[in-house]
Design a protein around this ligand. Structure first.
Ligand code: PMP
Length: 442
């Protein structure tokens, strides 16, 4: 197997110059951002720079790396697949890794799910979900149901449909008038449940709502906002009663993040459509799935070719991605997996308990392996809150990768993180809070 040598002669300065000359990084103001940080290899929860200095990846590299970096088992399975079949067009063709993945994954998904549609990333998984829902009604001759309901503060991705469903934010402001109309409801956080339920009821009354799309239990990029399964269950039940579909965007919550394999597993009423990506391949390769019920699938079956779902990407169902996803499932199905998740959950809870009365914390939230601290800054909670870059740099200097969402600092580690590593992260968070407290003169 190919190994990147630790001693590889890496000219970090030169590489960074080349990066600066030609690469445009995501979510980065290239004028003011410092040089990108060079990472040369990874192992477990650690990433190593050009000087082989280790950094704890406490955000699982944008929430994808669930089994840790450069996992040998995932690497082996991917390598085996690479030498067998790397890709084949998926329209009219199929292959065993996709078929195996479909069958294995369905055993873990809510019982009402029966069909899988492949794409490449979280945004496309959501686009597919929205298009499926809209065309479901269209194919059934109901052209009046085209409205989408979503949450304020939702984040569903950066393509146009996903941006439309997302809450209005600095991310999608330049495109605002080009986005399709979506009814946005407040997030049903503690104390707002009744208000949201009645707003949902009002929105559904017209009979024009096609689907309600939501991040179940945790809204990720919107600031790790959390709400309970009970109110979501009632929202899904209302949608069902009024004939609208429900789309769970489990791109972030999927594959154990919330404590169970899927956040939908906390629900009594199951979504009609589920979007998956990020942890699907163990966070190794870009792949996504939009799963749905047989009833939705059946609305596309017809002698009339215009009822076809005309959607597909070049890399649909890529066999290497499927092999990675199968290997990731092997790991997730091991008994150690749920123990690891429970361990992180308990550690987070114990740490959170020590911060309960901290004057710098406006709110403390935890669900499964996600711990979020909303910081008291005197400024409004927003992605551009300037505490963000101060904290990212502070943690990086301490060899920890944490990227707050504005003033929401969160820890979302790979499940393989070791206890000492987790405590190192907590220690740095405590230190950061002490500095912020001093700065604030509290
Ligand atoms: N949905 C959710 C809930 C997400 O958190 C994200 C990514 N952060 C997306 C969709 C979009 O996924 P991607 O970045 O892979 O397009």
């Amino acid at each position: 197997m190919i190994q990147l040598s630790k001693e590889a002669d890496i000219d970090g300065q030169r590489l960074l110059q080349l990066d600066k000359a030609h690469i445009w990084h995501p979510y980065t103001q290239m004028k003011t951002a410092g040089p990108a940080r060079l990472i040369c290899r990874g192992q477990g929860a650690l990433l190593f720079d050009e000087n082989d200095q280790a950094y704890i990846d406490a955000v699982s590299s944008w929430w994808v790396t669930i089994h840790g970096h450069a996992h040998p088992y995932l690497a082996k399975k991917i390598y085996e697949q690479l030498g067998t079949l790397e890709h084949v067009i998926f329209a009219g063709f199929t292959h065993q890794p996709a078929i195996d993945l479909a069958h294995r994954l369905l055993k873990h998904l809510p019982e009402n799910q029966n069909r899988l549609f492949f794409s490449d990333n979280g945004s496309t998984a959501v686009e597919v979900g929205l298009k499926m829902a809209i065309q479901y009604f269209y194919n059934r001759g109901n052209r009046g149901r085209r409205k989408i309901i979503a949450f304020e503060h939702a984040y569903h991705g950066d393509t146009f449909g996903a941006m439309s469903a997302g809450g209005a934010s600095v991310f999608n402001a330049p495109f605002e008038e080009m986005l399709f109309e979506v009814i946005h409801l407040p997030v049903p956080v503690k104390g707002r449940e009744q208000e949201v339920l009645s707003k949902l009821e009002q929105a559904l009354a017209s009979g024009e709502v096609c689907a309600f799309v939501f991040e179940p239990l945790v809204l990720g990029a919107g600031g790790m906002m959390m709400y309970e399964a009970d109110v979501l269950d009632r929202m899904i039940a209302l949608c069902r009663e009024k004939g609208s579909l429900c789309i769970a965007d489990e791109v972030m919550t999927g594959f154990g993040r919330t404590g169970r394999l899927f956040a939908s597993n906390y629900l009594e009423h199951k979504p009609d459509i589920i979007c998956l990506s990020k942890g699907l391949t163990g966070g190794v390769l870009p792949m996504a799935l939009t799963t749905c019920t047989e009833a939705i699938y059946e609305a596309f079956l017809s002698e009339d070719a215009t009822k076809t779902f005309f959607h597909g990407h070049s890399f649909t169902g890529n066999p290497i991605g499927c092999a990675a996803a199968l290997a990731s499932l092997d790991l997730l199905e091991r008994p150690e997996f749920s123990k690891r998740i429970a361990f992180i959950e308990q550690e987070h809870q114990a740490f959170a308990a020590t911060l309960a009365d901290h004057p710098m914390i406006a709110d403390l939230r935890q669900r499964g392996t996600i711990l979020a601290l909303e910081l008291q800054t005197g400024q409004q909670t927003s992605y551009l809150n300037n505490i963000r870059s101060f904290l990212s740099n502070f943690f990086y200097e301490r060899h920890i990768i944490l990227r707050p969402l504005g003033n929401v600092l969160y820890i979302m580690p790979p499940y393989v993180i070791e206890v000492e590593q987790l405590h190192e992260v907590y220690g740095a968070v405590r230190e950061a809070l002490a500095i912020l407290k001093e700065k604030a003169g509290l």
